[in-house]
Design a protein around this ligand. Structure first.
Ligand code: FMN
Length: 131
């Protein structure tokens, strides 16, 4: 494409599990007919498109999960961004996710601990990729 694929949407409330896992995510609800990348984990650039939001955050790295959260037997396919190093309330903001690189498949882990370990690794890789 010559540029990263972008998915835009409003940040909505998820199951609230992410905070508990130590990796709170912004659940992005894209409009109908959006082209969502295949299930997996990605390094991406995250930005706020709402008026005034852009200056508040700029473009920041994010580790993004696309899938049904099989570890928790989820059914709904979600696009969830863990925004690195920023602890800001993103609910209701119109945001953009620019997918830079696919890191791995979405997996059903045997325990939360294994999932948390994998996400920590994803975050480290995201840092490397977007440095
Ligand atoms: N969930 C899985 O079931 N399998 C995965 O491999 C997986 N990888 C993830 C990688 C990253 C970088 C992130 C941020 C999340 C990943 N998740 C994965 C999703 C978590 O299960 C999800 O963020 C958590 O359950 C919180 O969901 P909630 O926002 O609906 O509360």
């Amino acid at each position: 494409l010559g540029r990263p694929h972008r998915v835009e949407g409003v940040v909505v409330h998820g199951d609230g599990r992410g905070r508990e896992l130590g990796f709170p995510t912004a659940n992005v609800a894209p409009p109908m007919y959006s082209a969502i990348p295949a299930d997996g984990v990605y390094a991406a650039w995250f930005s706020i498109l709402s008026p005034g939001g852009r200056s508040a955050l700029g473009r920041v790295p994010a580790a993004v999960s696309v899938g049904t959260n099989p570890t928790f037997s989820g059914r709904e396919r979600t696009v969830e961004a863990y925004v690195l190093d920023k602890n800001v309330d993103l609910y209701g903001q119109y945001v953009a996710v620019d997918f830079v690189r696919r890191l791995r498949d979405m997996r059903a882990f045997k325990s939360r601990e294994e999932l948390v370990e994998a996400i920590a690794q994803d975050v480290a890789e995201t840092r490397e990729v977007l440095r």
